[in-house]
Ligand binder design. Sequence first.
Ligand code: HMG
Ligand code: MG
Length: 297
Amino acid sequence: ALPSSVRIVEVSPRDGLQNEKTMVSTVDKIELINRLSDCGLKTIEATSFVSPKWVPQMADAAEVYAGIDKRPGIAYPVLVPNLQGYERARAVGVQEIAVFTAASEAFNQKNINASIAESLERFAPVITAAQDDGVRVRGYVSTVLGCPYQGEVPLSDVVRVAKDLYAMGCYEISLGDTIGVGTPAKARAMLQAVAAEVPMDALAIHFHDTYGQALANILACLEEGVSVVDAAVAGTGGCPYAQGASGNVASEDVAYMLQGMGIKTGIDFTKLVGTGVWLAGRLGRETGSKAGRAYDP
Ligand code: HMG
Ligand code: MG
């Protein structure tokens, strides 16, 4: 059954910007997040405390996090790959983190220089520290519908990694189609398989739109009962270590679809479109959101 309301997890400040070749200024990153906070979103992934040698665009994570307005009722999670990232995040008062691994060994090596098992070992002390500090932990599983390096990813691997992250204490597991190769029937089957082991209300979906399938995949997953959807305004995004990955599904397109279906999001669509158009302008291109291009308030 379809959910009556959906929480959009806005990932443009992190996933949306991490793959941008041109450096986006810290001031613009802060303005983006503050604008997003005005749109009625409940979760805004603010930045990532990864190695600046690996992802130079996120080198100003501490300045960005320290600079944003933290509005009551909005969570501002950040990506953390290891204890060093956790400590940098905590030094500026981060209250929620996301750890990230993949269902594919080949992708994990490229992205975080670790096997799946090594990555989980690395997260264990991070999650323990977070629990001691009262910090919430979200978990990502990448390459759930295909890997740029190994191709097919067995469903059993997706289920196992999601289950492990949940058992380790992640309150929510986001299932990522990193390179946007999935199609609706596969997306649905993947979600069903994971939901047999992890409660549906602890699952989120994260679709990149490389092949134009993201909205269709999201609809299939909504029909299975998932109610948390990751998206990025202007359709920005992509992982620098996932060859061929393109943008996330555009938040404006998801919000438009949900609104049309009578599913509550709490989002001010006009403001969201305005933020996407503003961001695209800062990046020097047209918005990647079809709804954003079409809508004329
Ligand atoms: P490594 O090179 O194996 O790490 O990288 P290391 O521990 O050997 O450290 C190497 C250097 O990095 C050292 O510096 C460390 O201090 C430094 P040096 O001694 O050479 O001067 N370092 C750090 N500096 C700052 N903050 C840190 C940190 N950690 C180490 N946290 C590592 C391993 C995990 C660090 C690296 O591979 C990395 O940062 N990877 C992140 C890649 C990334 O951000 N990818 C994109 C996010 S995932 C994604 O987009 C997918 C998602 O959207 C879902 C989906 O779509 O599927 C979430
Ligand atoms: Mg992503």
